[in-house]
Design a protein around this ligand. Structure first.
Ligand code: UD1
Ligand code: CA
Length: 483
């Protein structure tokens, strides 16, 4: 293996392996769900870390699991397959500390290149931060990611050369040790530079140091952080990359921290959307739980939630309080307040809502109008079709320029099977009509209001099924009988 050069003009990717520690119990989550599987922006915490490993171009990723390993392993398997990440899991049981965790991973690591150690519960570390750390390691140093914290309580403190209780230490001096909070003296606890839990180092050196760890400390654990002392003893340079963005190393141990990390991530997403030109009525009131791709001049009002893969075309506007999941909206589509769209495709300039519901398989062509309290499921609506009020259209093909009146229902389900309704171009469906599928309304047909259609309606004619209206002459309203 040849150490890669840090010259940016000839960046060669180092052989990179990632170890993700994810065996911890997560007691403070007070949940039956394994900690690393709790959702952050619609994806398990661990999924964010695996994505990071993938984006770094890791050739190999070893995930250390322990608590509820079965569930975590199954997730690692499916997610890494999706990402195309070469990942494997190793079991750590019992959990005897972070050093012990990485010891379990060591046999699965090839002796090549650099190993980067991450935690399954630290989801917001940015790829460029880790790339710089790997560069800093340079195939020969132990590189630590550190951060200055106003309240460093609980963290491992970074001790640098020349540190003493009284002297001010040069913040670029070589690192000599990491002292865990529980093992630190009062004076050491005053150090505000803390270890983030993330390090990059040559794999061969990692393996030799791991075999030399002991558990003679306050917690009786094998500390991964003790390898700093071993590096110093072996004359291997220990370098630190200190970042100021604390959120990048924030761990999730409790529902409060999970919510905090969620807000940070949502804020990042909102900023990036605005930087692309998307206009958000309030960046603090929008949630993206997946991928939101927007073209130019998109407006998004407050309290919208985007899930899965959502694409918004040129000039799309989304009203307040909408939920959009796995949908794609073509240019000029307007979605009004309180609409719920799931698994739908919407053509250019269509108008949806307010209070509309599009369910999976709704395929709307251009200029379709869907109004309030209308539900569309597994149906194709051609250009210019309108369903404006209080209707259910399921398993239907609706032609161009069809007008569906208020209160129309496709009776698509006989209790066992689903059947299709076909409404051809230019048909007019009167209000309060039931279309008992399978049934067809031919081109240009008109259905009278209140029709229960059980047989096909012919083209260009009026079809109506309705009891004839009668008036009874001389009829009197009943009157109250006096007792
Ligand atoms: C660790 C560092 C500390 C650092 C802090 C940053 C050590 C000894 N200390 O402390 O210097 O400031 O992270 O957050 O490394 N894990 C296992 N198996 C174990 C123990 C832990 O897989 O036996 C996993 C946990 O699930 C977690 C990660 O390792 O994902 C870190 O463990 P945690 O107990 O949170 O480490 P700290 O004690 O906070
Ligand atoms: Ca701990």
């Amino acid at each position: 293996w040849v150490p890669f050069m840090s010259n940016p003009s000839c960046v060669t990717t180092p052989y990179l392996q990632v170890v993700v520690m994810a065996a911890g119990k997560g007691t403070r989550m007070k949940s039956r769900i394994p900690k690393v599987l709790h959702q952050l922006a619609g994806k398990p915490l661990l999924g964010h870390v695996l994505t990071t490993a993938h984006q770094l171009g890791a050739q190999r990723c070893v995930v250390v699991t322990g608590h509820q390993a079965e569930q975590v392993n199954a997730y690692v398997q499916s997610e890494s397959e999706q990402l195309g990440l070469h990942a494997q899991v190793v079991l750590q049981s019992p959990q005897l500390g972070t050093g012990h965790a990485v010891q379990q991973a060591a046999p699965a690591l090839s002796d090549e290149g650099i190993t980067l150690v991450l935690s399954g519960d630290v989801p917001l570390t940015e790829v460029p931060t880790l790339q710089s750390l790997v560069q800093l390691c340079d195939g020969r140093c132990l590189a630590l990611l550190t951060v200055n914290m106003p309240d460093p309580s609980g963290y491992g403190r970074v001790k640098r050369q020349g540190w003493s209780e009284s002297a001010l230490v040069d913040r670029h001096a070589p690192v000599t040790a990491i002292v865990e909070h529980k093992d630190a003296t009062e004076a050491e606890r005053g150090i505000q530079e803390v270890y983030s839990g993330i390090m990059a180092l040559p794999t061969v050196l990692l393996k030799t140091w791991l075999s030399r760890l002991d558990n003679r400390n306050a917690q009786g654990e094998y500390y991964l952080t003790d390898i700093v002392k071993l590096a110093v003893a072996d004359n291997v340079p220990v370098v630190a990359s200190t970042i100021s963005d604390v959120s990048q190393v924030a761990g999730v141990n409790s529902p409060v921290q999970l919510a905090e990390v969620e807000r940070v991530l949502q804020q990042r997403t909102a900023l990036s959307l605005m930087n692309q030109g998307v206009r958000l009525a309030d960046p603090l009131r929008m949630d993206v739980r997946g991928q939101l791709v927007c073209e130019q001049d998109v407006d998004i009002d407050v309290n919208c939630v985007f899930e899965g893969d959502v694409t918004l075309g040129d000039g799309v506007s989304i009203g307040p309080n909408c939920v959009l999941k796995n949908v794609s909206l073509a240019a000029g589509v307007q979605v009004a307040a309180f609409s719920h769209l799931d698994g739908a495709q919407v053509g250019a300039d269509a108008r949806i809502g307010p209070f509309a519901r599009l369910r999976p398989g709704a395929r709307l062509a251009e200029d379709v109008h869907i109004g309030n309290f209308v539900e569309i499921k597994n149906s194709a609506l051609s250009a210019g079709a309108k369903v404006n009020h209080l209707s259910y259209v399921g398993d239907a093909d609706v032609g161009a320029k069809v007008n569906v009146g208020a209160g129309t229902i496709t009776c698509n389900y006989d209790g066992v099977n689903k059947h299709r309704t076909v409404i051809e171009d230019d048909a007019f469906i009167g209000s309060d009509t039931q279309l008992v599928a399978p049934v067809r309304v031919a081109r240009g047909a008109t259905l009278g209001a209140g029709t229960t259609l059980t047989k096909d309606a012919p083209a260009e004619q009026l079809t109506v099924s309705r009891a004839r209206q009668i008036t009874i002459p001389g009829w009197k309203r009943p009157v109250k009988i006096k007792k």
